[in-house]
Ligand binder design. Structure first.
Ligand code: 8X3
Length: 250
């Protein structure tokens, strides 16, 4: 049984990971910004026998994140798996028309938040010579697509940060994975379009998208691969998706 910390665990890929790691028999530290949703998922999983600790903070708030991780109860301190899932896309428009606020939120969450969590959790893993960091990147980090600009850049940064960490812990037993999903139907597009549900629904029209559970399956696989196997990077696309910008709709 592993202790798995998942950021942004109340929806989408994070929630999928919470459910799949719970089903795998692991104990969970779930972080998020929505107290009610955290409580709901805690109740759901504890009713099935999973040990769950919830932490309410925004990964952008470095002080809050630090306080929560440094004050973990002794029995929760030894984190085996860190799933850096918290992240979002905001806006889909030409770079020269983008919103400063959206850019800041994406950079602060997708890059700086992920770095904060890594900086807080990984030293303990190095000390114990045990652990696994699973970062949720994206196909968007492989190549920019039209109007994706800053979001794609944040996911390209996740790739570089993940590769950098993998090099830095190569002398330890720690493993580092970059999961790169394509089209996953979650709150992702709703958030991206600031609540424009019609525009969000169009993203998934005519194609069967992936689900948070599909990505979580790969995360659980990577975390449970034999110790000498490091799943370094996985690109997971919907079947009718050729790349970040090629989607064949029926
Ligand atoms: C999510 C995948 O292609 O919608 O990161 O940007 S995509």
């Amino acid at each position: 049984m592993k202790t798995v910390l998942i950021t942004g665990a109340t929806s989408g890929i994070g929630l999928g990971c919470a459910r799949k790691f719970a089903a795998n028999g692991d104990r969970l530290i779930l972080t998020g910004r929505n107290a009610q949703r955290l409580e709901d998922i805690r109740k759901e999983l504890t009713s099935k026998g999973t040990e769950v600790l919830t932490l309410l903070f925004d990964v952008r708030d470095r002080e809050a994140a630090t306080k929560c991780i440094e004050n973990l109860p002794a029995e929760w301190k030894d984190i085996d798996v860190l799933v850096n899932n918290a992240g979002l896309a905001l806006g889909l428009e030409p770079e020269y028309e983008g919103s400063y606020e959206d850019w800041d939120t994406m950079v602060d969450t997708n890059i700086k938040g992920l770095l904060t969590m890594t900086r807080l959790v990984v030293p303990g893993m190095v000390k114990r010579d045990r652990g696994h960091i699973i970062n949720v990147g994206s196909v968007a980090g492989d190549a920019a697509y039209a109007n994706g600009n800053v979001y794609c850049a944040t996911k390209a940064a996740v790739k570089a940060i993940t590769d950098g960490l993998r090099l830095d812990v190569a002398g330890t037993a720690i493993r580092v994975t970059n999961l790169k999903p394509g089209l996953v139907e979650t709150n992702f597009s709703n958030t991206r379009f600031h609540g424009d549900t019609e525009r969000a629904a169009n993203v998934y029209k005519g194609i069967k998208p992936l689900t948070g559970d599909d990505i979580a399956d790969v995360a659980v696989y990577a975390a449970n691969a034999p110790e000498h196997v490091q799943v370094a990077e996985v690109l997971i696309l919907a079947t009718h998706q050729g790349s970040g910008s090629v989607i064949v709709r029926k």
